[in-house]
Design a protein around this ligand. Structure first.
Ligand code: AOS
Ligand code: ZN
Ligand code: ZN
Length: 390
C-alpha cells in the first residue's frame, strides 16, 4: 500500500460511507425537458439494485436514502431484506410536502390548521416507514415560502413551523433523528421559511438533541463560505447531514466536486477538523443529485469517487505544520501547507487502495466493462421519472 497515507488515514478511508439518493437513478431534468434514459429503475427495488452496483464497484456507498412518496412500496420490510441481501442498508427518509395542490401556500407553516395537520401526518407516515426500514434519520426540506412582500405574515409562519416541527419531533423514536435542511430560495422567490443555517439551527436547537441541521452544498448564495458554516455547526454539535452536489448558478444538483473541487476539499478539511468524519461521528454524507444528461449509475460512481478523492487530500493535510505556521502568524506558510495537501494527486494511491481491498482499481472503467448497463437497458422497459411531477 502506498506510503502516501498513514495507517490512521487508511482507517479513515475504510470508514467512509456515502448515502446515495434513490432519486438519482430515475429520469430527471429541468423544467424545460426531462430526457428519458433507457434502463432506469421501474420501482424502488431497482433503484436499490443500482445503488448496490455503485457500492460493489467503489466500496463507498452502502446506504440508499429513500423519498416518500416516490419510493412508497407495499412492504418496506421486503425492500429492507432485498437491500440487505445486496449488502446495502436503507438510509434517510426524505419527506415531501411540495407536490400536492394543498401545499401551494405552505405546508408546516400554512395558516390553515387542517393543511398543517396534513403535512404533519405525512411526516408521521414517514416515521412509520422509518420503523420498517430501520432508518435513523427523517430529513425535512420544505418548499414553504412566499413570492411577494406582504403575501403572508413571515413571523407567524415561523411560529407555526416551530409548532409543527415540535409535533413531528415528539413522534420520533429514541434512536431516530430529525434533520432540517435549509435553502435560500426556490421554489419561493421572495422569502423562504427555512432559508439559512441560522434559521435551521434556531429550530433544531429548540426541538432537542436529536434534531440537527442538514447542509445541502447547493443551497447557498454564490460566494458563501460553506466551510465556515460546517465549522460552526460542528462546533455547536448540530451538523447532522450533508446533501452533497455542486452548483455553478443555483440549486444545480450536479456531480459533487465537479464545479469546485477546491471548495469540496475545504469543506472536508473542516469536517475532519471538527470531528464530523466517520461512521460514529453522527454526520451522514448524503448525495442529493440529478443526472439529467449523463448516465446515472456512472454519474453516482464518479460522485462518490470525487468525495473520496477530496477526503483523501484533506486527510493528507499536515495539521502539525499548519498549526505551527498559524501560531507563528506566518500567513503564506499556513496557506502553503493547505495548498500542498489540495494539490497532491491521490488518484494512483486510491487506485492501489481499491485494488488492495479487492475492488476495481478504476471503477468507471469497470462499470463500462461490467455489462450491467446493457442488461438493464434490455430488461427494464418503461422506467420511471425520479419523482418530480410523478
Ligand atoms: C431541494 O431543493 C432539496 O435539495 C431536497 O433535499 C431534495 O432535493 C428533495 O427533497 C428530494 O428529496
Ligand atoms: Zn437537498
Ligand atoms: Zn436542493
Amino acid at each position: 500500500m502506498s506510503s502516501m497515507f498513514t495507517s490512521q488515514d487508511l482507517d479513515a478511508l475504510a470508514d467512509q460511507s456515502i448515502e446515495l439518493p434513490s432519486w438519482a437513478f430515475g429520469n430527471s431534468g429541468t423544467r424545460f425537458r426531462v430526457f428519458p434514459q433507457a434502463g432506469v429503475p421501474r420501482d424502488p427495488f431497482e433503484k436499490v439494485a443500482d445503488a448496490a452496483k455503485v457500492h460493489e464497484l467503489t466500496g463507498l456507498a452502502p446506504i440508499v436514502a429513500l423519498h416518500i412518496p416516490w419510493d412508497l412500496v407495499e412492504d418496506f420490510a421486503a425492500l429492507r431484506r432485498y437491500a440487505e441481501d445486496l449488502g446495502m442498508t436503507l438510509g434517510t427518509i426524505n419527506s415531501n410536502t411540495f407536490q400536492d395542490d394543498a401545499y401551494k401556500l405552505g405546508s408546516l407553516t400554512h395558516s390553515d390548521r387542517r393543511i398543517r395537520q396534513q403535512a404533519i401526518d405525512h411526516h408521521f407516515q414517514c416515521i412509520d416507514v422509518m420503523g420498517q426500514t430501520g432508518s435513523r434519520d427523517l430529513k425535512i426540506w420544505l418548499a414553504d415560502g412566499t413570492n411577494y412582500p406582504g403575501q403572508d405574515d413571515i413571523r407567524g409562519r415561523q411560529d407555526r413551523l416551530a409548532d409543527s416541527l415540535a409535533k413531528i419531533y415528539q413522534r420520533l423514536g429514541e434512536d431516530q433523528r430529525l434533520v432540517l435542511e435549509y435553502k435560500f430560495f426556490e421554489p419561493a422567490f421572495y422569502h423562504t421559511d427555512v432559508p439559512d443555517w441560522g434559521t435551521a439551527y434556531a429550530h433544531v436547537e429548540a426541538l432537542g438533541e436529536r434534531a440537527l441541521v442538514c447542509l445541502d452544498t447547493g443551497h447557498h448564495a454564490p460566494g458563501t463560505n460553506i466551510e465556515f458554516i460546517v465549522a460552526q455547526l460542528l462546533r455547536l454539535g448540530k451538523l447532522g447531514a450533508f446533501d452533497f452536489n455542486s452548483r455553478f448558478y443555483a440549486d444545480d444538483d450536479l456531480i459533487v466536486g465537479a464545479a469546485d473541487p477546491f471548495q469540496l476539499f475545504r469543506i472536508l478539511v473542516e469536517v475532519i477538523r471538527g470531528g464530523g468524519f466517520g461512521s460514529t461521528s453522527g454526520v451522514s454524507f448524503m448525495l442529493d443529485q440529478c443526472h439529467n444528461i449523463e448516465k446515472k449509475i456512472p454519474g453516482q460512481i464518479r460522485s462518490v469517487l470525487n468525495v473520496q478523492e477530496m477526503t483523501a487530500r484533506a486527510l493528507l493535510l499536515d495539521r502539525a505544520a499548519l498549526g505551527s505556521a498559524q501560531d507563528a502568524g506566518d500567513v503564506l506558510a499556513a496557506n502553503d501547507v493547505l495548498m500542498d495537501a489540495f494539490y497532491t494527486d491521490v488518484r494512483p494511491a486510491l487506485a492501489e487502495w481499491r485494488a488492495s481491498r479487492g475492488l476495481p482499481a478504476n471503477p468507471m472503467a469497470a462499470y463500462a466493462a461490467d455489462g450491467y448497463q446493457e442488461r438493464i437497458e434490455l430488461e427494464r422497459v418503461g422506467g420511471a421519472q425520479a419523482g418530480w411531477g410523478a
